[in-house]
Ligand binder design. Structure first.
Ligand code: SAJ
Length: 426
C-alpha cells in the first residue's frame, strides 16, 4: 500500500474508529472520518476529542482526520475501515444493523479496487453471509472490484500501555490479494505483529473467543464470590494467592457486574450464530447468566447489611459511586450501575449517584456533597478518586454501610471504624 497515494476512510469515529483514524494520519495517509453524528464531526475537525482517552488527548490535536457526515467521501477512498458498534438488543440478540448500513454506504460509493476492512466485532459468518452478498448484489466481484477483509478491533479503553499503535492484530480475507493488501496496510500502521488467518471466519472467531474467554473467567470468580461469601473466605485474597503461581493461572476478579461494549456482548454473537447451525453453547450461556446476576447479588448484599442495622431499604438514603462500566473511563455502555439503580428503584429506594467521569448523569456533582447526604454506599466503579478516599471520611459523614462492588477499598480499615463493609466475595 503506497502510503502517500492511498486514501483511508474510517467509518464510525468512536472508541475504535477515532484512534485508528488518528493513527492513519500519523502514519502519512490522507485520512477521512465518516460519522453520522454532526456534533462529533465538528469537534474532531476542531481537534477536540468527543471521548476521554489519553491517546486521543495526546494525538488528535496534531493528527486530525478530515471528519464528515457525507458518505460521498467513500468515493475517494482506497481503504475503508468499518468501525461501527455491534450491540445486542434487550433480549441479548445481536444487532448488525449498524454494520449493514455502513456496508451499504460503501457499496453505494465504492471506488473500484478498494480494500474494505470490517473491524467491528462480529460472529464467524457475518462477512460471508452479510457483507459479501451486499457487494455481489450490486454487481461487484469480490477479489477483483473490491477486496474484503476482517481485522477485529482490540482497543482497550483506558489502557495506558496498549493502544492502536502497538496492539498486535489478526487479519482474514476471502482471497490472497485481499489478505496481502490488508496485512500490508496494518503493518504500515501498527508496531506489532499482524497475523494472517486461514480465512475470514477464523479472523471473526478470534475476537469472539478472546472476549468469551474473559467473560467465562470473570463468571468463574463471580460464582466463587457467592460461594466464598457463604464460606467466609476472601475471594480477592485467594485469587491474588493463586496468582503467585507463575504459570497456567490468569487472575480475574469478582464485581458488581460485567459492563462495556465487548465482554458482555460478544459471547451472544457466537451463541446465536452457533444455535443456527445446531450447536448449543451451554457453558457460554451459564457464564452470561452468572455475570448478569451480579447487580442483583450486589443489591441483596446491601439489603442484608441494612438488615443487620434494622434499616429498611426504603427510607435509607443510598449513594451509588460510579456510573461508567470500568475504572477511569467515561463510557457507560452496558454498565452494571444501570441495573443496580433499576433494582434500587424497584425497592422504592431514593438513591443519589456520583461519577467524576460522567457528571452529566450524576444526581450530585461532587463527592463530598454525596457523602454528606447518604447513610449507605455502593461502590459500583473502581475509579481512582474513590479508591483514594480516606476511610475516616466515611465515618465523619456518618456512612453506616459500604457495599464495595469492585472490592477496591480497604476492608479492614473501614470495619475498624465500625462501618459495615461487604465486598463481592470478601
Ligand atoms: N471485570 C470484572 N472482573 C475482571 C475484569 C473485568 O468484573 O476481572 C468487569 C469490568 O469491571 C467491566 C467488564 O468486566 O465492567 C469489562 O472489563 P474489561 O476490563 O474487559 O474492559 P473492556 O470491556 O474494555 O474489555 C476490553 C476488551 N478489549 C477488546 O475487546 C478489544 C477485552 O478484550 C480486553 O481483554 C479487556 O479490555 C482488557 O483486557 O482490559
Amino acid at each position: 500500500m503506497e502510503q502517500k497515494k492511498a486514501k483511508v476512510c474510517v467509518i464510525g469515529l468512536g472508541y475504535v474508529g477515532l484512534p485508528l483514524a488518528v493513527r492513519c494520519v500519523e502514519k502519512g495517509y490522507e485520512t477521512f472520518g465518516l460519522d453520522m453524528d454532526k456534533n462529533k464531526v465538528d469537534l474532531i475537525n476542531q481537534g477536540k476529542s468527543p471521548i476521554e482517552e489519553k491517546f486521543l488527548a495526546d494525538n488528535l490535536p496534531t493528527h486530525r482526520p478530515k471528519a464528515t457526515t457525507d458518505e460521498k467521501i467513500i468515493e475517494q477512498s482506497d481503504v475503508i475501515l468499518i468501525c461501527v458498534p455491534t450491540p445486542v438488543d434487550d433480549l441479548y440478540m445481536p444487532d448488525l444493523s449498524p454494520v449493514i448500513s455502513a456496508t451499504k454506504a460503501v457499496v453505494r460509493n465504492l471506488k473500484k479496487g478498494a480494500l474494505v476492512v470490517l473491524e467491528s466485532t462480529v460472529n464467524p459468518g457475518v462477512s460471508e453471509e452479510i457483507v459479501k452478498p451486499l457487494f455481489e448484489e450490486a454487481g461487484f466481484k469480490v477479489g477483483k472490484d473490491v477486496f474484503i477483509a476482517h481485522c477485529p478491533e482490540r482497543i482497550n479503553p483506558g489502557d495506558p500501555k496498549w493502544n492502536v499503535t502497538n496492539i498486535p492484530r489478526v487479519v482474514g480475507s476471502f482471497d490472497k490479494q485481499g489478505l496481502a493488501t490488508a496485512v500490508k496496510f496494518y503493518e504500515s500502521i501498527v508496531d506489532g505483529a499482524i497475523r494472517p488467518m486461514k480465512s475470514i471466519r477464523e479472523a471473526e472467531a478470534v475476537k469472539i473467543v478472546e472476549n468469551s474467554f474473559r467473560d467465562i473467567n470473570i463468571a468463574f470468580v463471580n460464582e466463587l464470590a457467592k460461594s466464598f461469601d457463604k464460606l467466609g473466605i476472601d475471594v480477592k485474597d485467594v485469587v491474588l494467592g493463586a496468582s503467585t503461581k507463575p504459570f497456567a493461572f490468569m487472575p480475574h476478579f469478582p464485581s458488581c457486574g460485567v459492563g462495556g461494549h465487548c465482554i458482555p456482548v460478544d459471547p451472544y454473537y457466537l451463541i446465536e450464530r452457533a444455535k443456527k447451525s445446531g450447536f448449543d453453547h451451554k457453558f457460554l450461556k451459564i457464564a452470561r447468566e452468572i455475570n448478569n446476576s451480579m447487580p442483583s447479588y450486589t443489591v441483596e448484599i446491601l439489603q442484608d447489611a441494612l438488615n443487620e442495622l434494622r434499616l429498611p431499604m426504603k427510607g435509607t438514603k443510598i449513594g451509588v459511586l460510579g456510573i461508567s462500566y470500568k475504572a477511569n473511563v467515561d463510557d457507560t455502555r452496558e454498565s452494571p450501575t444501570f441495573k443496580i439503580l433499576t433494582l434500587l428503584g424497584e425497592h422504592g429506594v431514593k438513591y443519589d449517584t456520583y461519577d467524576p467521569h460522567i457528571l452529566k448523569r450524576s444526581t450530585i456533582k461532587t463527592l463530598p456533597a454525596l457523602l454528606k447526604k447518604v447513610d449507605a454506599l455502593i461502590i459500583a466503579t473502581d475509579h481512582k478518586e474513590f479508591k483514594e478516599i480516606d476511610p475516616r471520611i466515611f465515618k465523619q459523614n456518618g456512612i453506616k454501610v459500604i457495599i464495595d462492588g469492585k472490592n477496591c477499598l480497604d476492608k479492614d480499615a473501614i470495619k475498624k471504624l465500625g462501618i459495615i463493609y461487604k465486598g463481592i466475595g470478601r
